[in-house]
Design a protein around this ligand. Structure first.
Ligand code: XMP
Length: 510
C-alpha cells in the first residue's frame, strides 16, 4: 500500500492535510519533523512527503528545520506555507518579510501550466495565511503561481519532483485544493489510490485472528463510536474470547444503555457484560457540586467497577482500547492547559494485569472509523452517535446531582434530540443536548403558580470541538422542543437556548 508522509512543522492544519490525502484514497501518516530522518523516509518507502505549515519564520534559529538532503533523495516533496518557505530556504532561495506582504484569507491566485495545476483554472481563489514570502526561488525551481502580493505563490522543480505552494490546498476555501493535492499524489508521486479503511479493517481482522488466537481480550465499552467499532472489529477476529465490560453508571441518556446492549450484544453477537452501577455512582456523587469533583469521583469509581469485573473474568492477556489517530497525534505533543480533565479509560492499564495492549483503530481518523463501523454492520444511530462525555449527564446537571433531576433531564434531552433529528443529517448540529440548570423560576400552569427548573438547550457546529459556534437552529425546532418539554416533563417550567460559542464558553456547561 502506498503511503505519504506528512512532516509536521507545528502547523495547525497537519491533521487536515493527512485527512485530505486519505480522502483521495492514499494512506497518509503524520510524523513530527524531528522523529524521522531522510534515510528512514527512503527506507520506509514513502511515495511522497508533504511539509506542513508552521508558526515560525525560517530565519528564526529556534524554528524547525530539516535535512536539506531530502531535496535530492528522490522522494517527491510538496511544501505547504511554512513548508514551502523552508524548501526555498534549504535550496538556497530567499524568504523575506515586508510590512505589506502578509496575506490572510481568500486571495486571488494566478497559476501557470504545471503538473500540479492540471485541471486548475488560470485564476481561482486560494486560502492564504502568511507574513513571510518567497522572494527568490532556489536554483532549479520555476515560479508557477502568483498573487497580487506574493510573487512566488508556487514553485516547481519537475526534474527533482519538488513542489511548493504558499497557500493552503487542504482548506476548503481553496477552490481547486482537491485537484492540486490529487495531482501531487497521482501525477507526481504515482500513487495507486488503494487505501480503503474497510479493506484495512479486513486485513487487521485476519491478522488478529492469528496473533490473538487463544488469548483473552478485554475491552471497556462506552457505547461511543470508537469503542463500539473496536469491539466489533475484535469480535470479528476472536469471537467469544473478547469480553466487553460496559459500565452503566446511571448517567447515560434515555434508553442508551439498553440500546447499546441490544444492538452490539444481541444483534451483533458481541460478548458484553453490562454492569448496572447507578446506585453506586449516585451514592458517591451525592452532594458533590463541583465539575472537577464529579469527574474525579466518576473516573475513580469507573476504574474500581471495571477492575472488579475484570477480576471475575480471570486471566486477561490483552487489553483493547478504542484509541483513534487524532488521540495518538495529540498525545505526542506538548502539554497545554487543562481546562477540563476529560475522563476516558486511560487509567485502566494501571489496575489490570495483562500482557499487551491492542488498539485496532490507532491509525484511523473518525470518518474512517465510521466507514469501518458501517462495513461491519454497525447501525446508523451508533455510527453517527454524537460525542458524549465520559462522565455523562453528571456534567449536564449543574450543581448537586439527584435522580429526579437526572430523570427530568433525560426526558427533556430525548425530546430535544428527537425534534432536531427531524432535520436532514447535513442540517443537524455536530452536538446537541439539554442541560439541567440549578435554577428554578416561577411559571404558571392552568391557574396555578409553578416553581420548576430551567432547562437549557445547547447545539453547536464545529469541525474539531476545539472551537465551536452555537448553531442557528430554525425557530420552529426550538419552538416545538420548548413546547413539548414544558408540557411533557414534570418539574420543568422554563426552557432557554444557549447562544454562546467556544471560546469563550465550552461546549459542555461543566
Ligand atoms: P468542552 O466542554 O471541553 O467539550 O468544550 C469538547 C468536547 O468534549 C466533550 N467532553 C468530554 N468528553 N469526557 C469526555 O469524554 C469529559 O469529561 C468531557 N467533557 C467534555 C464534549 O461533549 C465535547 O464534545
Amino acid at each position: 500500500m502506498d503511503k505519504i508522509l506528512v512532516l509536521d512543522f507545528g502547523g495547525q492544519y497537519d491533521q487536515l492535510i493527512a485527512r485530505r490525502v486519505r480522502e483521495q484514497r492514499v494512506y497518509a501518516e503524520i510524523k513530527n519533523f524531528d522523529r524521522i530522518t531522510t534515510d528512514e523516509i527512503v527506507r520506509e518507502g514513502y511515495r511522497g512527503v508533504i511539509f506542513t505549515g508552521g508558526p515560525n519564520s525560517v530565519y528564526d534559529p529556534a524554528s524547525p528545520h530539516y535535512d536539506p538532503a531530502i531535496l535530492d533523495c528522490g522522494v517527491p516533496v510538496l511544501g505547504i506555507c511554512y513548508g514551502a518557505q523552508l524548501m526555498a530556504y534549504m535550496g538556497g532561495g530567499e524568504v523575506s518579510a515586508a510590512e505589506n506582504s502578509s496575506e490572510y484569507g481568500k486571495t486571488l491566485l494566478r497559476v501557470k501550466e504545471s503538473v500540479l495545476f492540471k485541471d486548475v483554472a488560470a485564476e481561482s481563489v486560494c486560502w492564504m495565511s502568511h507574513t513571510d514570502f518567497i522572494s527568490k526561488a532556489p536554483e532549479g525551481f520555476k515560479i508557477t503561481a502568483e498573487t497580487d502580493k506574493c510573487p512566488c505563490a508556487a514553485m516547481a522543480d519537475d526534474e527533482r519532483k519538488l513542489y511548493a505552494v504558499q497557500f493552503h490546498p487542504e482548506v476548503t476555501h481553496t477552490e481547486f485544493g482537491k485537484e492540486i493535492l490529487r495531482n501531487f499524489l497521482y501525477s507526481v508521486c504515482g500513487c495507486a489510490g488503494d487505501w480503503r479503511p474497510e479493506d484495512y479493517a479486513g486485513r487487521l481482522i485476519e491478522r488478529y485472528k492469528t496473533e490473538l488466537k487463544g488469548k483473552k481480550v478485554l475491552l471497556a465499552l462506552s457505547g461511543g463510536v470508537d469503542s463500539s467499532v473496536a469491539a466489533l472489529l475484535l469480535h470479528n477476529a476472536v469471537g467469544k474470547d473478547l469480553t466487553c465490560v460496559f459500565v452503566d453508571h446511571g448517567l447515560l441518556r434515555k434508553d442508551e444503555g439498553d440500546r447499546v446492549e441490544h444492538t452490539l450484544g444481541r444483534e451483533l453477537g458481541v460478548n458484553i457484560i453490562r454492569v448496572n452501577a447507578e446506585e453506586r455512582f449516585l451514592g458517591k456523587l451525592a452532594g458533590e457540586a463541583s465539575p472537577e469533583g464529579k469527574r474525579k469521583i466518576i473516573g475513580e469509581e469507573f476504574i474500581r467497577v471495571f477492575e472488579e469485573e475484570a477480576k471475575k473474568i480471570g486471566r486477561v492477556h490483552v487489553l483493547a482500547q478504542g484509541t483513534i489517530y487524532p488521540d495518538v497525534i495529540e498525545s505526542g505533543r506538548g502539554a497545554s492547559a487543562v481546562i477540563k480533565s476529560h475522563h476516558n479509560v486511560g487509567g485502566l492499564p494501571d489496575v489490570i494485569s495483562f500482557d499487551e495492549i491492542v488498539e485496532p483503530l490507532r491509525e484511523l481518523f473518525k470518518d474512517e472509523v465510521r466507514a469501518v463501523g458501517t462495513a461491519l454492520g454497525l447501525p446508523e444511530e451508533l455510527v453517527w452517535r454524537q460525542p458524549f462525555p465520559g462522565p455523562g449527564l453528571a456534567v449536564r446537571v449543574i450543581g448537586p446531582i439527584t435522580k429526579e433531576k437526572l430523570d427530568s433531564l433525560r426526558e427533556a434531552d430525548a425530546i430535544f434530540r428527537e425534534e432536531v433529528d427531524k432535520l436532514p443529517r447535513e442540517k443537524r448540529p455536530d452536538q446537541y443536548f439539554a442541560v439541567m440548570t440549578d435554577l428554578r423560576s416561577v411559571g404558571v400552569m392552568g391557574d396555578a403558580r409553578t416553581y420548576g427548573f430551567t432547562v437549557a438547550l445547547r447545539a453547536v457546529s464545529t469541525d474539531d470541538f476545539m472551537t465551536a459556534e452555537w448553531t442557528r437552529l430554525p425557530y420552529e425546532v426550538l419552538e416545538r422542543a420548548s413546547g413539548r418539554i414544558t408540557n411533557e416533563v414534570p418539574g420543568i417550567s422554563r426552557v432557554v437556548y444557549d447562544i454562546s460559542s467556544k471560546p469563550p464558553a465550552t461546549v459542555e456547561w461543566e
